[in-house]
Ligand binder design. Structure first.
Ligand SMILES: [Zn+2]
Length: 431
């Protein structure tokens, strides 16, 4: 024990398999927490006493998971989920909203979503000033070049440096058919000027002007020249013809080059995920750098999560089922997204780190997942979130949004649909 190590902790987590890729740890180890921070790991922690101890024998203890891609501007967008439902109640201590807010709507996102949430909420702010207020079909209204205002973006990035961690933009057929790469180019300029990473959506999303539809395999080739090291391409295993794998039979050469140049790839699971494409790309060595979920509600109704059939934890289990090793998957949920967010206090459990922890337990028994093409993947066991610690506070996640990976009787509270505003809107439509 170093002289600086205190003798008493608030919380000891003992006997778990600690997987902390940033610190090269994968071993049975105790961990001690005091004042919301990690104060000791290993033998130094074992030597301490604590007000509360959690027996984690048989469990996996990991740095708090970071979900790089959620949509949680609830009520303002028509597809936002409650932040804590996507965060601590789904096994993630930090979540990153991808583009729900723009420079003009970030204030509301901060005041009504990020600040009140127990989860650590960050934002990649949309390059358009309004944000993605409605699902993809409103793309041509919201995401056109006239909605880009560099000064407004620079102002909010300067005012809220902890919240604003990057820029959300799009590289897909709809936008390119209307405006070419103009909006993406402006986002890239903004990213370079402010030293912020881009998170680029891939795969057709906005309405396409058919007269100017780009060839599917040409879309990514137009995107890549705008990227800098540290930028992130989303939906790596998407089955969309204009997506990353596109219509190619083997991984295109630009992808290996972009990777070598420091471009990152997020799972961005969402609704277009394909096992067949995942297998092809994994065979070629393309593992996602981060495992963002893209959790969002139904585009057609406010506060309706009844069709949601994917999650961060579901994505983790699918990746393990496809053969990725657990430490690699944990790295993609912790150390790497923390690097994207530029925050050295999260994503690891070294002494001095924020006491953010995701504790998982293994449940034996087969479970089957379906992808967007209705292909099935059967796994022999599941890893499920058992406890979450955020800044030293212990929370039992309600797993309300984890319908893809947990039976309803395994989830303390399932969230589906029905809400006061939802009801009011339906009543108004009916009247
Ligand atoms: Zn998304």
């Amino acid at each position: 024990m170093s002289p600086a190590t205190p003798r008493h902790a608030d919380l000891l987590i003992t006997g778990g398999r600690l997987i902390d890729p940033a610190n090269n740890i994968d071993a049975t180890s105790d961990i001690a927490i005091l004042g919301g921070q990690v104060v000791a790991v290993g033998a130094a922690a074992s030597a301490m006493t604590a007000r509360r101890a959690i027996d984690a024998a048989g469990a996996i203890v990991a740095p708090g998971f970071i979900d790089m891609h959620v949509h949680c501007y609830e009520w303002v967008t028509n597809f936002g989920v409650p932040p804590d439902a996507a965060g601590i109640n789904a096994g993630a201590t930090t979540i990153v909203d991808q583009g729900s807010s723009g420079a003009w709507t970030l204030g509301g996102f901060k005041a009504y979503i990020a600040d009140p949430a127990k989860t650590d909420v960050r934002a990649f702010v949309s390059i358009n000033v309004a944000g993605a207020l409605q699902g993809g079909m409103e793309g041509t209204t919201l995401h056109n070049p006239r909605m880009v205002d560099f000064t407004a973006f620079a102002d909010i990035a300067t005012q809220h440096p902890r919240l604003v961690r990057g820029i959300k933009c799009h590289g897909e057929s709809g936008g390119f058919s209307h405006w070419g790469t103009e909006v993406l180019g402006r986002a890239a300029e903004c990213g370079r000027a402010l030293s912020l990473p881009l998170y680029v959506h891939t795969g057709e999303l906005f309405p396409v002007d058919e007269a100017s539809r780009p060839a599917p395999s040409s879309v990514m080739a137009q995107v890549v020249p705008f990227l800098k090291p540290g930028d992130v391409l989303a939906h790596v295993y998407s089955n969309m013809p204009d997506g990353i794998m596109s219509v190619h039979e083997s991984v295109p050469s630009w992808l290996h080059e972009a990777r070598a140049a420091g471009v990152l790839f997020d799972l961005g699971h969402g609704i277009n995920f394909s096992f067949a494409i995942a297998r092809k790309m994994l065979d070629a060595g393309i593992m996602p750098d981060t495992l963002g979920s893209d959790v969002h509600g139904d585009f057609c109704a406010y506060h309706d999560f009844s069709i949601l059939d994917y999650s961060l934890i579901g994505g983790l289990n699918k990746m393990l089922g496809l053969g990725i090793g657990l430490p690699d998957a944990v790295r993609a949920l912790t150390a790497t997204p923390a690097r994207v967010l530029g925050d050295p206090s999260i994503g690891h459990l070294g002494v001095g780190a924020r006491a953010n922890i995701t504790l998982l337990r293994e449940v034996e028994g087969s479970w089957s997942f379906l992808d967007s093409r209705r292909e099935r993947l059967v796994v022999p066991r599941r890893l499920l979130p058992d406890l979450v610690v955020i800044d030293g506070s212990v929370i039992t996640p309600d797993c309300g949004l984890l319908a893809d990976v947990m039976r309803s009787d395994e989830r303390p509270r399932g969230i589906t649909r029905g809400s006061t505003l939802g009801t009011v809107l339906q009543r108004q439509e009916g009247s």
